[in-house]
Write a protein of this length. Structure first.
Lengths: 151, 282
């Protein structure tokens, strides 16, 4: 929990949001460190780097056929953040009729971090946090704060 | 037998986050197999064996019950269910609004875990055999600036650049030095499922680098009894030691005498590498 607490100081995570923002959709990613990085990168943007321009949506809610979630995804631009090459997030957003304006893969970030020790499926190590922050900064850099538009 | 656990995605609601935390806790303490709800929805076959053999616990965070809906949609047999929001109410614990589990949230996870005793002794994949040591003698194929190493004895190869080393009725398999040099830095490894029966040339895992992807094809038939778990966190081991620490899977052989007919020794495989290296340059 030490690492969670450290990041929490930078950006407090809440469950608020509205329907006009860019939707960041991380894969479910449970059981793998790549998925955890996708999730943390998402939280870092929605609750720290660009809260005015972004929000997130539960992918399982979308694939379970929730009508409200599907209506929401069809109205907003979406950035998919997938842990692995299976691209569960990007594929399911598109299947639900959403528009994926960027598809980000965590495995690609590892190409610049050869030999990195990211941690485990439950806890990120320093290298994992570094990669999550880089992905978050990349995403936030293309979201115009306050408008939900993408540069 | 270990338990299979299907949690909700747990991303944007505090009780969902705790559903996920509980699933991961059970993975760590009871050896439970955690089932990713979205991957399950996309590729049910991925979890076919686990769902057939292990009792299934479904954990929902909130009354929307996404995980339960998914289980119903796929016709899964559910052995136990748990709704985190109900558990919180029953325990009198207010976990707050934060999506990062705080002390009260983790207390609730402790309470829920305590109520879920291990079903039986967990079963894990067989231990990898310690008998397979890295080779010391190599043939080399030199092409342009590249030098490809090929173990000179005990190893056989298929034309898909995968090797096999056999000790008794068990084989260890992996990809060749030619593969790792051609792919450059390998950043991701997806293992095959332990316990699956395979035919010769069936997929035994996939690799991805910044340059390309590759499905490794088994040189032998049999049953996968172990996979190299280290590759999940350290796929670069394939680059560093393709014939040793970068092994992919261990297989209990079923028909090696027949499989051998389609395999190459080091001398023959060196000619395949020479040809492929030349083709890659043109």
């Amino acid at each position: 929990m030490e690492n969670h607490e450290r990041v929490g100081k930078d950006y407090e995570v809440t469950a608020e949001g509205n329907g006009t923002k860019v939707i960041l959709m991380p894969c479910s990613g449970i059981g793998k460190v790549h998925g955890l990085i996708a999730r943390e990168a998402t939280y870092a943007v929605t609750d720290g780097l660009a809260p005015e321009g972004s929000e997130t949506l539960c992918l399982a809610l979308l694939v379970s056929g929730d009508e409200e979630a599907q209506a929401k995804i069809r109205k907003a631009d979406c950035i998919a953040i997938d842990g692995c090459p299976k691209l569960c997030a990007a594929k399911n957003v598109e299947m639900a009729g959403g528009k994926v304006i960027r598809s980000i893969r965590v495995v690609d970030a590892f190409k610049d971090h050869r030999g990195a020790e990211p941690g485990t499926a439950t806890t990120l190590a320093d290298d994992g946090w570094t990669i999550a922050r880089e992905i978050a900064a990349d995403i936030a850099g293309c979201i115009c704060a306050g408008t939900g538009e993408v540069k | 037998m270990k338990r299979a656990v299907l949690p909700c995605n747990g991303l944007d609601k505090q009780h969902g986050v705790l559903a996920r935390e509980l699933a991961l806790r059970l993975m760590e303490t009871q050896g439970a197999e955690v089932i990713c709800p979205v991957l399950l929805n996309n590729s049910p076959a991925r979890y076919e064996k686990a769902l057939a053999e292990a009792p299934l616990l479904v954990i929902d965070g909130c009354p929307t019950r996404c995980a339960s809906k998914l289980a119903t949609k796929l016709g899964l047999r559910v052995d136990d269910k748990l709704l985190v929001s109900e558990q919180a109410k029953a325990a009198g614990l207010d976990v707050g609004e934060s999506l990062r589990p705080g002390p009260v949230g983790m207390q609730l996870v402790d309470v829920m875990e305590a109520g879920l005793a291990s079903v039986e002794e967990p079963v894990v994949g067989e231990e990898p055999s310690a008998s397979f040591e890295s080779p010391t003698d190599y043939l080399t194929v030199t092409y342009d600036k590249f030098v490809f190493k090929i173990p000179g004895k005990d190893y056989l190869f298929n034309e898909n650049d995968c090797w096999v080393r056999v000790i008794g009725d068990r084989a260890r398999v992996g990809v060749s030095d030619f593969v790792q040099q051609s792919m450059t830095d390998i950043v991701y490894f997806e293992p095959a499922e332990v316990g699956r029966k395979i035919e010769q040339f069936d997929e035994i895992g996939s690799l991805e680098s910044g340059k390309s992807m590759m499905d490794a094809l088994s040189p032998v038939s049999g049953r996968i009894v172990a996979v190299n778990a280290q590759l999940a966190d350290s796929p670069e081991l394939v680059n560093e030691d393709p014939y040793g620490k970068g092994w992919i899977a261990e297989i209990e052989l079923s028909d090696f005498d027949s499989d051998k007919g389609l395999l190459l020794n080091a001398d023959s495989y060196s000619k395949v590498v020479e040809k492929k290296a030349a083709e890659a340059q043109h």
